[in-house]
Write a protein that binds this ligand. Structure first.
Ligand SMILES: Cc1ncc(C[n+]2csc(CCOP(=O)(O)OP(=O)(O)O)c2C)c(N)n1
Length: 639
């Protein structure tokens, strides 16, 4: 085994050229094996094996910097940079992350997971290096999907005009999660299929072999290569026109070509873009033939992992319920349109796209555009449902403000993966959406306790004027028989159970553990009222006031940051209603980044399981006699 001998990139550089294909094969095998056991981004990683080996062969990233865009394709990089022995712990709690992580390795300059940022980060490094007089190579690797992202285009725009040394490697596999969409992908298709491709491929070796070395002679020779490409294409590439010297496309699985070309462009000055064509899922029959399905795979028995299902449990997921409910609505109302930012499958819009293709829009990895575009559709009489994960909607905060709310638009923002998402970890947990949306005037924020309520909220939102945000988790819907509830009305919570020992006021997915906690508390003789809040904006002031007047302790529970979240909304409402007579405790995600791990385990660790909630309530009530003293001590500490 060659891989067993690789404890760092220096070992890769020490290998004989002839050994590299064997290393690539072993890396592919290891990635397939570990992803089958732990789940993970299979197809993207199988496509970047040779590219990563070539990069480590040609650069020394102890000194140079390698920035991966999104970072979901960096498993080979992990295996080659001293994390081979821990690789089997990939994405498991306490194990290594599925994304680059600056706390995990000096070879990861950034912790990342959101698309489009690599070129920006790299340009930042380049400019700081220039200010510090530091000499090193800075390389950003960006996929053709991420390249369509506004942030990536903003960074290219900056870097091209700046003129400083930077190498952008475009890893073009024609795929985002689904097929890459948009004008840029059409442009890349043209570049790929232009006649020069095969000619350049054959010619690269010859050209590069003829290079006398690095420096100006190499630049001249590469200039000739570029001229050859230009002549064949008939014009400069788009990237040339905005300030990049562009090379390729080159076959990203031919190690010799890659290495020789990388060595040649490494010491060129100014912004350089190397267009590398790879195959997503390379070497894995299933992943290569269906890369979309194997973009992100769940743990499974060998030989073939399956598409990632939601966390734990059984029964339908919230996403499935959303998918079916939206299709039913669209059958009834032809003004409904659906928008995704490159997440057709993940957001549950595949069925909608199949059944209502003319009303479905995949805008690419462009959350800002997705929301502003929804504003345009709404202004012209459509009812947009924009489905974006909580963590990626962060990108579009301004568009929710400026292009929906401020316009008085009517739209539904369907916020999936709201809460702890599990193995993808801190870059992907959706724990801030209530906080970053709640203050927008006129916005309604809702979260269902189960699938039926999700459908009812979606219908209410579609029938209403204004902007609604509906959040739901990456989880299965609970199969609890709740007491008969009231219909969904804006700003009205539902009291599921009465009690005067404590009031548990839970939002969305946390209603289930709150309900179960009430049973555990009853066993200890504590009668808990359980309210399903339904809305974080507006909150049900009347119910809160009534509960606060009769219980000693009111506990808010949310799968969201306690800072600025649902609990904060409750505190604001209670303050507006007059000082609460009861103690208020906010349970939720604390003010720190949460690691990766199974959602249930993470929730449990944060005290957000039924047992955790019951234990905290019992603990607080047991010390009730000390509350006045505690408060006095806090006041003294504050002043
Ligand atoms: C802002 C943002 N939106 C959506 C995603 C989800 N996402 C992860 S990878 C990916 C596709 C990336 O495509 P590409 O850059 O071409 O890389 P490939 O997987 O094809 O190698 C998407 C949409 C994300 N990570 N960040």
């Amino acid at each position: 085994m060659i891989l067993e001998r690789i404890n760092g990139p220096a070992d890769v550089r020490r290998l004989r050229r002839e050994e590299l294909p064997q290393l690539a094969a072993e890396v592919r095998e290891e990635i397939s094996r570990v992803v089958a056991a732990n789940g993970g981004h299979l197809a993207s990683n199988l496509g970047t094996v040779e590219l990563t080996i070539a990069l480590h062969r040609c650069f020394d990233f102890r000194r140079d910097a390698l920035v991966w865009d999104v970072g979901h394709q960096a498993y080979t990089h992990k295996l080659l940079t001293g994390r081979r022995e821990e690789f089997h712990t990939l994405r498991q709690q306490g194990g290594i992350s599925g994304f680059p992580n600056k706390d995990e390795s000096p070879y990861d300059p950034f912790t990342c997971g959101h698309a489009g940022t690599a070129i920006s980060s790299a340009v930042g490094l380049v400019c700081a290096d220039a200010l510090a007089g530091r000499q090193r190579h800075v390389v950003a690797v960006v996929g053709d999907g991420a390249l369509t992202n506004g942030v990536a285009l903003e960074a290219l725009n900056h870097a091209g005009a700046l003129g400083k040394d930077i190498l952008v490697v475009l890893n073009d596999n024609k795929m985002s999660i689904s097929k890459t969409v948009g004008g840029i992908s059409m442009y890349l298709e043209r570049v790929r299929s232009a006649r020069f491709y095969n000619r350049a491929k054959r010619g690269i070796r010859r050209f590069v072999r003829s290079l006398p070395g690095i420096g100006s002679a190499a630049e001249t020779a590469l200039g000739h290569l570029k001229e050859g490409i230009k002549v064949a294409v008939g014009s400069e590439t788009l990237f040339d026109q905005i300030g990049f010297r562009t090379f390729g496309p080159v076959d990203g699985h031919r190690l010799d070509d890659l290495i020789e070309l990388l060595e040649a462009v490494r010491d060129l000055s100014g912004p350089v873009l190397l267009h590398v064509v790879t195959e997503k899922g390379r070497g894995h029959p299933q992943a290569a033939s269906d890369p979309s399905r194997y973009h992100s795979a769940a743990p499974a028995q060998d030989p073939c992992p399956v598409l990632e299902p939601p966390n734990g449990g059984s029964g339908p997921s919230y996403t499935t319920v959303f998918s079916e409910a939206l299709c039913r609505l669209a059958e009834e109302r032809d003004d409904i349109v659906a928008i995704t930012a490159a997440m057709e499958e993940g957001t549950g819009l595949t069925e909608f796209a199949r059944r209502f293709p003319e009303r479905f829009f995949d805008v690419g990895i462009c959350e800002e555009h997705a929301v502003a575009f929804a504003g345009g559709l709404a202004a012209a009489g459509r009812k947009p449902a924009v489905a974006i994960y909580s963590t990626f909607l962060q990108r579009a905060y301004d568009q929710v403000f400026h292009d929906l709310c401020l316009q008085g638009a009517s739209a539904v923002v369907c916020i999936g993966r709201a809460g702890l998402v599990g193995a993808d970890g801190p870059t992907h947990h959706g724990t801030y959406d209530v906080a970053y949306l709640r203050h927008l005037p006129g916005l309604v924020l809702a979260a269902p306790k189960d699938g039926a309520e999700l459908e009812a909220m979606l219908a209410a939102a579609a029938a209403a004027e204004g902007v609604w945000g509906i959040r739901f988790p990456k989880a299965h819907v609970p199969a609890i028989q709740w007491p008969q509830g009231a219909p969904v009305e804006v700003g009205q919570a539902e009291l599921l159970r009465d009690g005067d020992g404590v009031a548990l006021v839970a939002y969305g997915a946390m209603v289930e553990p709150a309900w179960e906690a009430a049973t555990l508390l009853a066993e200890q003789g504590i009668e808990a009222a359980v309210a399903n809040a339904r809305f974080a904006k507006p909150v049900d002031g009347a119910l809160l006031a009534a509960l606060a007047a009769r219980v000693p302790l009111l506990v808010t529970i949310e799968e969201h940051s306690v800072l600025g979240g649902f609990g904060s909304a409750v505190l604001e409402a209670l303050a507006a209603l007059g000082a609460p007579r009861c103690r208020v405790e906010l349970l939720g995600v604390p003010d720190r980044f949460i690691e990766h791990g199974r959602r249930e385990a993470l929730l449990d660790g944060l005290g957000l399981s039924a047992q955790g909630i019951a234990a905290r309530v019992a603990e607080l009530l047991a010390t009730r006699g000390d509350w006045a003293e505690e408060r006095a001590a806090l006041l003294i500490a504050d002043f």
